[in-house]
Design a binder for this molecule. Structure first.
Ligand code: PGA
Ligand code: ZN
Length: 424
């Protein structure tokens, strides 16, 4: 038998942090080394994402993933068994060929991604390496976390339209210190919310942040700024907002339902301009307009060239979509979510492509996650300077913070915290 041969693939249906079924894959190499990966899932998913498949039957209100699991066992496993697990690219491209669709809807992006990731983890284990070391011998950068402490949009049961209000501790010296800052701000934010809005304001969002009963963007920013002020980290923190604007855009009427009124694109752009002028510590905005409004994105990118103007749903971690942005000058950064594109190889190719074209890359988890921390290893493997890690409440969020703390220790003196170089 060849060394590093895939000898077994086993998939099971587990549940994520929202009680939704998802796919867990275990891949075995050389009858000995197992690699495990869980598949994340978004709630504000863009239309350009690779398609996961769900059973659409009576179980779990249609959300079961038994079909995806069957595809892994019946279609992918027989073709992959015996292949060299270190040939990640060949394996991923073989799965793409077996699927044959543009968006992985035949076998399911959840089936393909689970196998793709678990193959990498198993190959790393067989080489007696951690995943980040296996993927890149020169991995050394610990990302600035974009930690979401207040949520609205589809991630919260409140009337706030913007989905995520994130702190970015660029003034920390290490990743470990950045985590301490985020946690201390989180405690202060809880006090601020309790004092100003009462205990209902301290309820949790889907993303590990708070979901206060407010409807105003500026109010959310002011509450967050107050918490940061109390923590005494004001000069060490900047802010990132994910508008996830597709969530409040009405395509039939071509307007945004924002802060209680209908807004045209130009009105929303004007709102954003004023917001960024009034809050100069907001340095990053994601999906400020709906996923197909590249023209509008171009206007904001020109006006705010010093800011990170990030495409998430707009690009869907897809090179073809990013090419469109580049052609027009729309956005200067892309999110990288492995499950948006559906294989590890393609996600890594997207990162390379973005960087070669001077786009910043922000690694990102999804709102639906498990205790798996594989994204932390991938973030360090690509030396990402930013990682959108959600809030800090819940072990589905804590798992990435904790894994990155661990990696920083493992790397020792070669670890570099991105800090003020977060745009690279
Ligand atoms: P999602 O949201 O994981 O629910 O899609 C995250 C984001 O929009 O960045
Ligand atoms: Zn987003």
């Amino acid at each position: 038998m060849k060394k590093y041969a895939i000898t077994d693939i086993r998939a099971i249906e587990i549940i994520d942090n929202r009680g939704m079924p998802t796919v867990r894959v275990n891949v075995c190499v050389d009858h000995e080394f197992w690699g495990k990966a869980d598949v994340p899932c978004g709630s504000s998913t863009g239309s350009h994402e690779a398609r996961e498949i769900r059973d659409e039957d009576a179980r779990y209100r249609g959300k079961g993933v038994r079909k995806a699991i069957q595809n892994i066992h019946d279609i992918l496993q027989p073709k992959l068994r015996g292949l060299d697990a270190t040939r990640q690219r060949e394996i991923d491209y073989l799965m793409l060929e077996l699927d044959g669709t543009e968006n992985k809807s035949k076998l399911g992006a959840n089936a393909i991604l689970g196998v793709s990731l678990a193959v990498a983890v198993a190959a790393a284990a067989a080489g007696r390496l951690t995943l980040y070391e296996y993927l890149n011998a020169d991995a050394r950068v610990l990302p600035v976390p974009q930690a979401c402490l207040i949520n609205g949009g589809l991630h919260a049961g409140n009337d706030l339209d913007i989905q995520e209000f994130c702190v970015m501790p660029i003034g920390a010296e290490t990743f470990g210190e950045s985590v301490r800052m985020i946690c201390e701000i989180f405690y202060h934010l809880k006090d601020v919310l309790l004092e100003k809005l009462g205990k209902n304001a301290t309820n949790s969002s889907e993303d590990g942040g708070f979901a206060p009963p407010i409807a105003s963007t500026r109010r959310a920013m002011d509450l967050l700024l107050e918490a940061v002020h109390r923590s005494a980290y004001t000069d060490k923190i900047v802010y990132g907002l994910d508008f996830a604007a597709t969530g409040f855009y009405n395509p039939e009427k071509d307007h945004y339902h924002f802060e209680g009124s209908q807004k045209t694109r130009d009105e929303l752009v004007e709102f954003i301009k004023q917001l960024l002028n009034d809050y100069p510590s907001i340095v990053s905005i994601e999906d400020p307009l709906h996923e197909n409004d590249l023209e509008g994105m171009k206007i904001l990118t020109e006006e705010f060239s010093d800011h990170l103007i990030i495409g998430d749903d707009m690009f869907a971690t897809n090179i073809k979509r990013i090419q469109k942005g580049l052609k027009l000058g729309a956005a200067n950064a892309t999110l990288c979510k492995v499950n948006q594109i559906g294989t590890l190889t393609e996600a890594l190719e997207t990162v390379d492509f973005a960087r070669k074209n001077n786009f910043a890359v922000v690694m990102s988890e999804r709102s639906g996650e498990t205790e798996d921390s594989i994204l932390s290893d991938i973030s360090v493997a690509v030396n990402a300077a930013l990682f959108k890690t959600g809030g800090i409440r819940g072990s589905d969020r804590g798992t990435n913070y904790n894994r990155l703390i661990e990696i920083e220790m493992e790397l020792g003196s070669s670890a570099v915290y991105a800090g003020k170089n977060y745009k690279q």
